[in-house]
Every structure is written in C-alpha cells, then in structure tokens.
Design a protein around this ligand. Structure first.
Ligand SMILES: Nc1ncnc2c1ncn2[C@@H]1O[C@H](COP(=O)(O)OP(=O)(O)OP(=O)(O)O)[C@@H](O)[C@H]1O
Ligand SMILES: [Mg+2]
Length: 279
C-alpha cells in the first residue's frame, strides 16, 4: 500500500503540490487528472524521490520512505519510468533491458561466483529481457541501438525498463503520449495485465478521458496542487468540481458529489477545454 501524507512542495512562492494525503491499494488503478500545471508530474516526482518534499511523507507498506534517495525508493518498490537520459543510448534495446533486469536481480539470487552460475544467470537475464520486449512488441528492435529509435519506440522502451524492475508501485505519466494509434494499445494492454494480476498499485496520469474511463477504478483530481476530488470514475467525471477544474466554470465547487471528497478551489488560470470531461 502506498500512502502520501500532507505531501507538499513549494518552488519559491508557488506551492506546486499542496497537502496531498491519499492512500492507494494494490490491485487498483488510480487515474490522476487535472489541467496542465496542476501538479501531477510533480506529485510523481515527490513519490519517486526526484524532488524532495517541503512537507509531508511518502509511506510504502507501512514504512516511511520519505528520506530515501530515488534509487533506494526504486529498490523499495516504487517504479517510475526512466527518462531517456538514464538509458545507455549507445547500447542496444536488449542490452538496456537486460541491465535493468540485472539491477533488479542484484542481490536477490546470488549463488556465488563460478563459471556456471555466471553463465546461467546471464542466460536467465537475457530470457527475461526478451520476454519483456515481447510484452511491449519490441522484439524486432532488440538489436537496435537506443539512440536510433523513433519516439514511439523510445516510449515503449521506457515502459519495458519499468517492467524489468518489477516494482510494487507503477507511476505512469502519460505513457502513450506521442505514440501512434497502433502503438498506444500495446501499452494500455500491458497496464491492463498489470492491473489484472492484483499485486501492483498503479497510478496513471492521463489526459485522454476514454482511457481513464476504461482503466481507472478511481480518479483523483489535482488542481493548483490540491486534491479537489477523489472517488469512483463515473461520479468524479460527472462532478461539478471536475468541470470547474477543467473548464473554468465558476458554478461548481460547492456542489461536488457526496461520494467524492472535494475541496473548493478557485478557477484555473489556464483552463484547457481540449482536456475536458464529457458528461
Ligand atoms: N523544478 C521546478 N521548479 C519550479 N517550478 C516547477 C518545477 N517543477 C514543476 N514546477 C511548477 O509546478 C507546477 C506543476 O507542474 P507539473 O509539471 O507537476 O504539472 P502537470 O500537472 O504535470 O501538468 P501537465 O499536464 O502539463 O503535464 C507548474 O506550475 C510548474 O511550472
Ligand atoms: Mg505532467
């Protein structure tokens, strides 16, 4: 179980994430929505440790991980997609995935160094890396050098590397952004499978509302860094507080649905109607 308590970060005078307290259970997918600049990516950065909170904590399975480095949080089970700058651009796709699998396995099944164990471990790592590449439909690109990949493949590789770490918590930040219409379903399918196996806690930042509607068990809405709604997808999508956050309607903040937790908020400075929620 992942929990954030009063999680807050301030950049100068701007509070980008403001007192977000939330619990996420294994086997569930929570969509995090909100207008551009709402604080969604910053929230992920606070959970993964890329940013240090001004206030508040992150807990994973009863352990306060707030003071851990990003890599220690990864070891603890928080999986955040790699940035391409963290990859080895001159190595092949398969080599990159193998290194990620190896990083995950380090320490978990060392059997002492002899020629046989090194060789068999190596074979197991390659096999696992290949299975992961098959999962993201990239087996054909296995031997390609990472720096030569088109954008859509680079995004798929990011997901492959994340899966190689086998984390407890997956943080997906717009995982299909920039992908073509035939690439996106591969990733959405993987997310569906991860959800179905029930072990993982999935958080998904996504602007595409049809994807959210299909995948999410729950939606939380961030607006100006604050959690303004939290509930079942149909209820949150229909709630006035969401319409206001997306469309800048002034009507609404006071009549959010009773099933959703909500906090009144001021209209957004940069409403994004194109992200809007259809009723
Ligand atoms: N390192 C930083 N330094 C200063 N301000 C930052 C930093 N990171 C984020 N911000 C600010 O925090 C706010 C929230 O940004 P964030 O990227 O989390 O929004 P978002 O909800 O992910 O938006 P989008 O939907 O466009 O991805 C923005 O005003 C942004 O400019
Ligand atoms: Mg973002």
């Amino acid at each position: 179980m992942l929990e954030t308590r009063d999680l807050t970060i301030q950049f100068g005078g701007h509070v980008a994430v403001n007192g977000v307290s939330c619990v996420f259970q294994p086997g569930t997918l929570t969509a995090i929505v909100g207008p551009n600049g709402a604080g969604k990516t910053t929230y992920f950065n606070l959970v993964s440790g890329q940013l240090k909170a001004t206030r508040g904590q992150v807990w994973l399975n009863g352990r306060d991980i707030s003071h851990l480095s990003p890599s220690a949080r990864t070891q603890a089970g928080v999986g955040r997609a790699f940035q391409l700058t963290q990859l080895f651009p001159t190595l092949t796709v398969l080599e990159n995935v193998r290194l990620a699998v190896q990083a995950r396995c380090a320490g978990t099944h060392r059997r002492g160094l002899n020629g046989w164990s090194v060789w068999s471990d190596h074979a197991v790592l390659i096999e696992r890396a290949q299975a992961i590449l098959n999962g993201v439909a990239m087996q054909a690109q296995a031997a390609q050098v990472v720096s030569s990949l088109p954008h859509g493949d680079q995004r798929k590789l990011e997901v492959a590397l994340l899966m190689a770490l086998d984390p407890l918590v997956y943080l997906f930040d717009e995982p299909t952004a920039g992908m073509s219409a035939d690439e996106a379903p591969v990733i959405l399918d993987l997310i569906r499978q991860l959800k179905a196996d029930g072990r993982h806690t999935l958080l998904l930042v996504e602007h595409k509302m049809d994807v959210v509607r299909e995948l999410a068990d729950r939606i939380i809405v961030l607006h100006n860094g604050q959690l303004v709604a939290d509930g079942a997808p149909a209820e949150v999508m229909a709630s006035d507080v969401v319409r206001e956050a997306y469309l800048g309607r002034s009507a609404a903040a006071s009549h959010s649905l009773s099933a959703t937790r909500s906090v009144p908020s001021s209209p957004p400075e940069h409403p994004t109607p194109s992200d809007g929620v259809q009723s």
